[in-house]
Design a protein around this ligand. Structure first.
Ligand SMILES: [Zn+2]
Length: 129
C-alpha cells in the first residue's frame, strides 16, 4: 500500500457546530467493519457496528459507530462519528477499543447523533491515554 499524503479526516470535524458538520458530510461507504473485532464489540448497548465512510465533499474519512438500545416501548438509536485520517487508523481504533473505550480514549472531538437526531460534540474524559 502506498502512503497517500492526501489522507485526512472530513473537514466537518473542524466546524464549530456539530449539526452543520453532519450536514456537510456526504457519506460514501468504504468498509463495513461489522460488530466484532479482536474479541470485543464495536458498539455500545444491545446491537450495533462500525462503518468507515469517505466524505464525497472533502475526501476526508469518518468512522461511524452505530448502536441501538432496546427499550420497553421503543428502541433508541445513536451514532458516534470519529475523525480518522485513513483506513489504517480506523482499523487500529477497532483493534484497540471496544464501543465504550473508543469514546473514553479517543483523542480529540467526535460527534454523537442521538435518538432525537440532535448532534453533540463529545470529548474524551481522559486527557492523556
Ligand atoms: Zn467532508
Amino acid at each position: 500500500m502506498t502512503y497517500n499524503r492526501e489522507n485526512h479526516p472530513c473537514v466537518g470535524f473542524i466546524m464549530e457546530n456539530a449539526s452543520a458538520a453532519l450536514s456537510h458530510m456526504e457519506k460514501e461507504l468504504v468498509e463495513d467493519f461489522g460488530e466484532l473485532c479482536n474479541n470485543h464489540y464495536l458498539y455500545i448497548g444491545d446491537e450495533g457496528k462500525r462503518l468507515l465512510y469517505k466524505c464525497k465533499r472533502c475526501g476526508g474519512y469518518i468512522l461511524a459507530q452505530c448502536y441501538e438500545l432496546y427499550g420497553d416501548d421503543e428502541d433508541e438509536y445513536f451514532v458516534d462519528y470519529f475523525p480518522v485520517t485513513c483506513v489504517e487508523e480506523a482499523k487500529d481504533l477497532n483493534l484497540r477499543f471496544d464501543g465504550y473505550q473508543i469514546k473514553e480514549h479517543f483523542v480529540g472531538k467526535y460527534i454523537t447523533l442521538d435518538n432525537y437526531m440532535n448532534a453533540h460534540w463529545g470529548v474524551s474524559s481522559i486527557s492523556d491515554a
